[in-house]
Design a protein around this ligand. Structure first.
Ligand SMILES: NC(=O)c1ccc[n+]([C@@H]2O[C@H](COP(=O)([O-])OP(=O)(O)OC[C@H]3O[C@@H](n4cnc5c(N)ncnc54)[C@H](OP(=O)(O)O)[C@@H]3O)[C@@H](O)[C@H]2O)c1
Length: 246
């Protein structure tokens, strides 16, 4: 399945960013196992990436906060794929906004680069490959956050840039229709970070009507549903166990 020569380029591949671990790794594996050629982007090399490579994915390292890396990533995608079925923008940087204003601005620049600039640049650079998809539609999926609509001041820089990505979903849905659908998925408490303590976990789950973490498969199902739906674009789909209602 892996292209080795120019004559064996991937057709209708799916690019997943941030595929080294957690949700991104699950999405890349799941899409591959449902028959899609996958190009898995990662920043840090992981055992998950080794496994994806063994299963036939093309894995590409890039720091999405570095413009040259983003350009190299899109160039590599063009070198391995003749057409794209989808791009799933999953990579994300998440942290409490620093108390020191200068540090907070450094964070804002980083979040902007990863959540807005890189997805925007990749979407524009790869739009022609999406247009060449042999399916009726191609898809761009932006993974945002319920905090895009309901920001948490503790994470304001993160929330604002996820809201920016969500806004891009709406304009790109108009700009790239009808061939390319553009939708956003807003996760809620899907997988806690290792640094979430027991108190935070209990509080978040108490505010979540479904009362449990969603798990990566909840996002896998949402991506599958978006790809399957010929009439959904510019939609923002919450996958949060109802947490946004709290
Ligand atoms: N997990 C949740 O409960 C939850 C809740 C709300 C929203 N979301 C959203 O859902 C998506 C998946 O969540 P997750 O928890 O699996 O995310 P995660 O653990 O934070 O992983 C994100 C991935 O992005 C990569 N990344 C971070 N900065 C990068 C950079 N500068 N360049 C390239 N890659 C970079 C990471 O690579 P490294 O391994 O090198 O760090 C990692 O593989 C994210 O978009 C997240 O914002 C998740």
């Amino acid at each position: 399945m892996r292209p080795t020569t120019a004559s064996s380029l991937f057709d209708d591949a799916i690019l997943v960013t941030g595929a080294g671990r957690r949700v991104g790794l699950h999405l890349a594996r799941r899409l591959m196992r449902s028959g899609h050629p996958v190009i898995a982007h990662y920043r840090s090399r992981t055992e998950g990436i080794d496994g994806l490579e063994q299963e036939g994915a093309v894995c590409v390292q890039a720091d999405l906060a570095v413009n040259e890396d983003v350009e190299r990533l899109s160039a590599t995608v063009r070198n391995v794929a003749r057409s794209l079925r989808a791009v799933v923008h999953n990579a994300s940087s998440f942290a409490v906004t620093a108390a020191d204003p200068r540090e907070a601005l450094v964070q804002l620049d980083l979040f902007y680069a990863v959540h807005m600039r890189a997805p925007f640049a990749l979407n524009l650079a790869l739009a022609d490959l999406l247009h060449r998809c042999s399916a009726r539609h191609a898809d761009i999926v932006h993974i945002t956050d319920i905090y895009a609509d309901k920001p948490n001041p503790v994470f304001d820089a993160y929330c604002a840039t996820k809201a920016g990505l969500q806004n891009l979903t709406l304009s790109l849905a108009k700009r790239l229709a009808p061939k390319i659908k553009v939708n956003a998925i807003q996760p809620g408490p899907i997988l806690f970070k290792e640094w979430h303590g027991p108190e935070a976990r209990t509080r978040v789950l108490a505010e979540t009507p479904m009362g449990e973490e969603g798990g990566a498969e909840a996002i896998g199902l949402a991506v599958e549903a978006i790809l399957a739906n010929h009439y959904q674009t510019g939609a923002v789909v919450a996958v949060d166990g109802g947490r946004r209602l709290a």
